[in-house]
Design a protein around this ligand. Structure first.
Ligand SMILES: [Zn+2]
Ligand SMILES: [Zn+2]
Length: 93
């Protein structure tokens, strides 16, 4: 389980994920920020990539298995991202 510290606050911006544990909510359908799905389930970080110096995090929904990519935010604790991706793969959070 994630910490849920800031997820309600984070959900007000175009970011859906928690800056501390990277847990996210499945609220967007096709376009990040469109808020067009009713799923609302938890999304976990499964991978990341760096393109044009920008870090993008890939999230997967635990209910419908849909993948989403989202930009990191400035206050994300990205140094912990690797750890959380591993944790998720081992089903520890
Ligand atoms: Zn959190
Ligand atoms: Zn979903």
């Amino acid at each position: 389980m994630g910490c849920w510290k800031d997820i309600s606050q984070a959900a007000k911006t175009c970011r859906n994920h928690c800056p501390y544990c990277f847990l996210s909510l499945h609220v967007d359908d096709k376009i990040p920020g469109d808020r067009k799905t009713d799923c609302g389930w938890k999304m976990y970080p499964i991978a990341y990539e760096i393109k044009n110096w920008q870090l993008k995090i890939c999230f997967q929904c635990k209910k419908c298995w849909k993948n989403h990519r989202n930009k990191r935010a400035d206050d994300d604790e990205v140094e912990k991202l690797d750890m959380y991706i591993k944790k998720h793969k081992e089903n520890l959070y």
